[in-house]
Design a protein around this ligand. Structure first.
Ligand code: PEP
Ligand code: MG
Length: 857
């Protein structure tokens, strides 16, 4: 008998009113490649999902964004509202049925908030998929607009039931316990990947969670287990290929089943037992010294600190897992949050009075975080499941912070740390257990796994002479803060630094990225003398900070500042900046939950402009956000590969209304004093540039802009460097500014914040220097200029080489300005050119750096 003779058809009635869309073209490969099954998609115009067939509710996902109906014939129809909606964790979805209910065609299943899903999810496109597609011969969707509960949306030809094959026999192989790393557990997409993999094996395969288990080849079965992040599962296979199946499935689960997953922490919403079972000791590839008294890391902020160690640790607070009735627990949480908000605003006011607006701002932002609905929902839903307020809150803020940290962005990593800070504050309120704030002695060198923004904001600069963290790299959050505070710092230091006892005398060399212990008095004396020489050199550089940077043979290089807002602009002026080469406009509005109005933006840009001397350049970079650094008020769906996704100018092109408003705001500030320039981040193609420039031109016409505002390209993607001649030839392209942080990362294919790769992400790599040199030539041929605004512009060792390559402007971190100017003055242009010519022929960054020996004072 043939295994699949067509026996009948079924009709799927439209579950939503909307436009039919072929599933093959939806922007989600798991659905588009039919890994979940045959189906179609609807672009909805209605907001109540209704049953497309009669049957039983076989599965309703805990986050209520997806539901499966099983017909009497055993056909399982999965309905998945929107894309990436699992991350909304139920917000905006109201189920009208529960698992086990029987439904008729057209019965309401889930009502959802169309606007909310549209603004928070990747897409509203709703998928209707036969989850057990082996049960159908074919599926034929209609096209055009369909009406919910009335029109036929697709017809499926059923296949005859396949004869039950012999029960698989053979050895049963069971995996080790596996922790689910997926941020939102096994929802439809990772489940589809797992089911497809399982189906490629002949063995019977089951996934077990606790007492329950499901056939690993069944979407509905696995989704019915409601496997959450951090849940422990095992997989067993029985059959001829059991061994291979378990090996492959284990690896697939551990690596996230196609999703980008941060490591599973111990403090997720649900407790995660036995983390040790699967956490593999990672072999570090960062710099390591064989000398027990010398610990190596990466230079995060230059300078030498001599002092005594203080290990900065956050105490663990003990909490009970289960609470009283949930009303009481909710009240406890609310009261603790209210008390924390009061404390924070008192602290904020005090700091404002002390004229410390920067620190005040951090605590203001913390208070705002405490009304974040996502964070509160996470806590409340755990309380409603019987958890104590403290337990639920701790899980919620750690989970929320992990999600942010998992976005791999230094700015957002800082935000994650903010969440942990403020979360800890509320936890202390809830439990009455306060973690001791250590007294800082003069000459303290802090050592920590990581420092939060408020750790650093609370650092008393007069007491702390350096810090080292085991996390982070040269362009990490800690490094940026350390440089802006002018404190020597080492990131990614060897883990044994955490074992150095408090009070030990150490020397931290921020320039070399090292920490030395067990020094003799004689050695300390030598180092202190060296420090004095460095201080004397700094003083001499400061003396001449307001003079231009001119080489010994008369070639002038502009030295300007990188800033994140008005205060930085003011500070830059005190350090000798000749203008601003990069205003990171996304930093200006980072702490906000609502988009700034056009007028608010214009006001900030005008304030920055007024802070400079009239006529000095102020280069404003349009918003540089994206999958890796979203702004709270500009939701961008999570992406598997955010550094290669909708980032930088691509966001502006996708959401032109945002870029248009920012362009108009910049134009409105054009006459405030400084010479305004604008540039677009992450340009990769000529089309990117033309699209962004067109938006600029259209708005300039509309506003009747008469002031000349030069427009430039940030060279951060190698394609721009390789095609520099074509880009330089583009009409209206006035300059290039090289973002070497990203350019290095994209050229070497190394994440700029990766602790293990940090030492290799060196912009002095000859490949990067060659790209810069080529671009300088291309621009100069057309009488245009090139600046550098990435971190390498603040690296004195690189300066003569950059000048020799033809760089016209160096845009540095504010404290570096006097020493960068001094370094320009130490060479002739001829020497610089000779160094540059040698540098591009070197084989390694080390060889390049050896060309410019640095006086260690
Ligand atoms: C860069 O990539 O070098 C740059 C200046 O941009 P950002 O560091 O803000 O990504
Ligand atoms: Mg960049």
């Amino acid at each position: 008998m043939e295994a699949s003779t067509t026996v009948s058809t079924i009709e799927l009635i439209a579950p939503l009113t909307g436009v039919m869309v072929p599933i093959e073209i939806i922007p989600d490969p798991v659905f588009a490649k039919k890994m979940v099954g045959e189906g179609f998609s609807i672009d909805p115009l209605s907001n109540v999902l209704v049953a497309p067939i009669a049957g039983e509710v076989a599965d309703l996902q805990p986050s209520h964004h997806a539901i499966t109906i099983r017909s009497a014939d055993g056909i399982e129809v999965l309905l998945h509202i929107g894309l990436d909606t699992v991350r909304m964790e139920g917000e905006g979805f109201s189920p009208k049925v529960k698992e086990g209910d029987h439904v008729e065609v057209g019965d309401p299943l889930i009502e959802f908030d169309l606007d909310l899903v549209a603004s928070k999810a990747k897409s509203l496109l709703t998928q209707v998929v036969i989850a057990n597609s082996e049960r159908i011969e074919s599926l034929t969707p209609v096209t055009g607009v369909v009406t919910a509960g009335q029109d036929v949306a697709a017809t499926a030809e059923l296949a005859a039931p396949v004869e039950e094959g012999a029960v698989a026999t053979g050895r049963t192989v069971t995996s080790d316990a596996l922790l689910i790393p997926n941020p939102t557990g096994l929802h439809a997409r990772p489940t589809a990947t797992l089911v497809n993999l399982a189906k490629s094996f002949g063995s019977d395969i089951r996934l077990r969670k606790g007492e329950e288990s499901a056939n690993a080849k069944s979407m509905v079965g696995i989704m019915g287990l409601a496997v959450a992040r951090g849940d422990k599962v095992t997989v067993s296979a029985t059959g001829p290929d059991a061994q291979e199946a378990i090996a492959q499935i284990t690896e697939a689960i551990q690596t996230g089943l196609g999703e980008d997953c941060p490591a599973v922490g111990t403090a997720d919403t649900e407790a995660v037992p036995a983390v040790e079972e699967v956490v593999v000791e990672e072999e570090s590839t960062g710099p390591r010294s064989g000398d027990p008294n010398l610990l190596l890391g990466v230079s995060a902020s230059p300078g030498l600190g001599v002092g005594t160690v203080l290990q900065l640790r956050h105490d663990d607070i003990q909490v009970e897992e289960f609470g009283e009735d949930h009303h009481k627990e909710r009240r406890k949480l609310n009261a603790a949050i209210d008390r924390s908000i009061l404390d924070l605003s008192a602290l904020q006011q005090r700091l404002e009075k002390e004229d410390d607006a920067e620190k005040a701002g951090i605590f203001g932002a913390h208070a705002e975080l405490l009304s974040d609905p996502d964070l509160l929902d996470l806590a409340v839903s755990a309380i409603d499941k019987g958890k104590s307020a403290a337990y639920a809150w701790r899980g919620a803020f750690n989970n929320y912070a992990d999600r942010l940290a998992g976005l791999k962005n230094e700015v957002l990593a800082g935000r994650a740390n903010d969440v942990r800070d403020v979360g800890q504050r509320v936890l202390e309120e809830l439990t009455g257990q306060r973690s001791e704030k250590p007294e800082l002695a003069e000459g303290t060198i802090l050592i920590a796994e990581d420092l939060t923004p408020s750790d650093t904001a609370q650092l008393d600069r007069s007491k702390v002479v350096g810090f080292a963290t085991t996390n982070g790299g040269a362009s990490s959050h800690v490094a940026i803060i350390a440089r802006s505070m002018d404190i020597p710092a080492v990131a990614g230091i060897e883990g044994r630094a955490l074992d150095i006892p408090d009070g030990s005398r150490v020397v931290l060399d921020g320039s070399k990225g090292s920490l030395q212990t067990n020094l003799s008095d004689y050695e300390i004396q030598g180092i202190v003398e060296r420090q004095q020489r460095i201080a004397a050199r700094k003083a001499a550089e400061d003396e001449r900070k307001d003079e231009p940077a001119v080489t010994t043979d008369g070639h002038r290089v502009a030295v300007v500042a990188n800033i994140g807002g008005v205060e930085d602009a003011q500070e830059a002026m005190t350090k000798g900046a000749e203008g601003v080469g990069l205003l990171r406009s996304e930093f200006v509005f980072l702490g906000r939950t609502k988009a700034p109005t056009e007028e608010e933006q214009a006001e900030v840009y005008a304030d920055c402009s007024r802070a400079l001397q009239p006529g000095q350049p102020l280069v404003i970079r349009t918003l540089d956000v994206g999958g890796d650094k979203p702004l709270p008020y500009l939701p961008i769906p999570a992406e598997e590969n955010p550094f290669l996704g909708i980032r930088g100018v691509r966001v502006g092109i996708e959401r032109p209304e945002v870029l248009r408003a920012q362009c108009r705001a910049i134009m409105k500030a054009a006459d405030a004093g400084a010479e305004l320039n604008v540039m677009f981040p992450m340009i990769a193609t000529i089309e990117d540039w033309r699209a962004a420039k067109k938006i600029w031109d259209v708005e300039a016409d509309r506003l009747g802009l008469t002031t000349k505002v030069p427009v430039g390209i940030m060279m951060e993607v190698p394609s721009v460097a390789v095609m520099a001649r074509q880009f330089a030839a583009e009409e209206g392209c006035d300059f290039f500014s090289v973002g070497t942080n990203d350019l290095t990362s994209y050229t070497l294919a190394m994440d700029r914040g990766h602790p293990k790769l940090a030492a290799q992400v060196d912009p002095c790599n000859p490949a990067i220097l060659a790209l810069i040199g080529g671009a300088c030539d291309a621009l100069h041929e057309r009488g245009k200029w090139l600046g550098i605004c990435g971190g390498v512009a603040s690296d004195p060792q690189a300066v003569p080489i950059l000048v020799g390559l033809g760089v016209d402007e160096l845009s540095c971190s504010i404290p570096a300005i006097p020493s960068i100017k001094a370094q320009v003055r130490a060479y002739s242009l001829e020497q610089c050119k000779e160094l540059a010519a040698q540098a591009v022929l070197c084989s390694t960054p080390a060889e390049v750096r050896a060309l410019v020996p640095m006086d260690e004072a």
